[in-house]
Write a protein of this length. Structure first.
Length: 83
């Protein structure tokens, strides 16, 4: 039902639908799942009011996954600012 709309389009619609049904939009959590981590993406999500994301970690050897997790630590200060 959402089609090709991005979160910037969908979240205001979700809030409007929620309000129309007598609920508080602040009670609805939007949590993007499988996000490719980048500072720009997390900052964009923060601007949309998103407070939590689940980052994607590609499959691979233990060393490859460890390297990916190590590189993601640079995103921790930005991610901490989401909440």
């Amino acid at each position: 039902p959402i089609g090709g709309s991005g979160l910037a389009d969908v979240i205001p619609r979700l809030h409007r639908f929620t309000e129309e049904r007598g609920r508080n939009p602040a009670d609805i959590a939007v949590i993007p799942f499988g996000t490719i981590g980048s500072a720009a993406k997390l900052e964009h999500y923060a601007e949309l009011g998103i407070k939590e994301v689940v980052l994607r970690v590609p499959s691979g050897s233990a060393d490859e996954i460890q390297a990916e997790l190590d590189s993601s630590t640079a995103l921790l200060p930005i991610a901490a600012a989401l909440g």
